[in-house]
Design a protein around this ligand. Sequence first.
Ligand SMILES: Cc1cc2nc3c(=O)[nH]c(=O)nc-3n(C[C@H](O)[C@H](O)[C@H](O)COP(=O)(O)OP(=O)(O)OC[C@H]3O[C@@H](n4cnc5c(N)ncnc54)[C@H](O)[C@@H]3O)c2cc1C
Length: 450
Amino acid sequence: MPALVFDPAMRERIAQSTRRAAFYCGAVASLESALKHHGTRLVVRRGPLISTARALAREVGAETVIWSTAYDAASVARERQLQSAFEEAGLRAIAVHDAPTVPPEETAAVRSDEGGAGYRALAPYIAAWEETRRAPVKGTIRFERDTFPSDAPPTPVEFGAAPLAEEPSETRALAALDAFLAGPALQYRTARNIPADESTSHLSADLSFGTIGARTVVARIDARLRDAFLLSEERLSLETFRRALAQRDFFLQLAWFFESRPDEPLQPKMRHFPVAERHPALEAWREGCTGYPLVDAGIRQLRATGWMHPRVRLVAASFLCFDLGVDWRVGRDAWERDLVEDDPALANGNWQWVAGVGADLAQFPRIYNPRKQARAFDSRGTYVRRWIPELATVPDADLADPSSAGRQAQIALPLFDGTAYPAPVVDHEGAAREFLRRYVEFVSTPTWRG
Ligand SMILES: Cc1cc2nc3c(=O)[nH]c(=O)nc-3n(C[C@H](O)[C@H](O)[C@H](O)COP(=O)(O)OP(=O)(O)OC[C@H]3O[C@@H](n4cnc5c(N)ncnc54)[C@H](O)[C@@H]3O)c2cc1C
């Protein structure tokens, strides 16, 4: 009997972003219709997770309860309590790894040095992932045909959101994946870095809410790779795309094995590194008004659509952590209000990786130069102009640094009017060097070891 317990913690998470709420409610609605098609119905119960799930199991006479596990520390802790509650009630409780392609324990088991422990570094993890992944097994599920009372499923209106024009569903996600594999995926290796092209799969929200399974995505990539007429660059691109799915599994297993407390940097040394909660330019960063076009275009894309191009995420996150010296958690929480994807383990893992506080210890922080990144990956300014209309008339050559062009243009032409694009809120080179000075001083003093 398929059931959804819609509890206050879940409600709180999806309520953070109205787009996320609309996607989640749409996904629940499409799950309901898919189950109807299989002759059953989704039983929805609203209330606190443990008492509601236990009462439902008792009511329907269940002997076994199975659920798909989450990975972030807060959810894992809740699920442990859920497991104990079911076991105390004499039920079999099984949490399955349905989100990743390969369950964390399977990759960990092949470690030759520390069998059983997870991976802190990506490269050895990918090797283990390649070794352990298997083709998905097709099973048959027989559904309960009795009907049990159900609460109303969540709707977008409850969250002040409008329903999505196209309901998220497995059919829609599979069609998007197939269209991607037929064309853009064949150039993924280079195109994934060009934000203007939007040539990544855009599957993150579907993966996060389960309207498509990671195993399905990998199986279809594998099937595409069997095409004997692929050029070697196309083959490499598909393999790179498959590695993106492995990277997703990497961050899930990182949270599974190493995240013991929510919000805590995985790198013990960096737990004591002083970071600011505020900065005079923090609001400008949140609004996409830092004066660095690539950073601002990314933030504006996120605020307008609920998604930001992956390459630009790196640059915008780096700017917050290093140019402004602000805590990565402040950035993560700011994005939570707009993102459609709901994957705390992936958000934490990526933000910690950028901030240099994650499991793998980079020798130096990964500081991105926003102007160089713009010149390298948006040289014609197509992406930046799409999201920053104030820059529409600035010549290509001045786009990465429009403030200097603006100063000259203000004399020659009335280019910058009341809707002027802001001057840079900080000097990137100066701010980055100051951060590095603090970082080097911190890591070379022994105090953190205590
Ligand atoms: C600072 C920062 C914060 C991020 N926060 C989130 C987040 O909150 N939720 C989230 O799901 N992703 C997050 N990501 C990872 C990635 O940017 C997004 O998943 C993005 O939406 C991928 O777009 P896509 O689906 O077009 O990716 P594609 O390039 O088409 O990749 C296919 C899939 O692989 C997975 N993937 C690709 N890159 C990563 C990665 N770096 N880490 C984990 N999985 C990856 C995603 O599931 C993605 O949908 C973050 C990345 C950065 C740098």
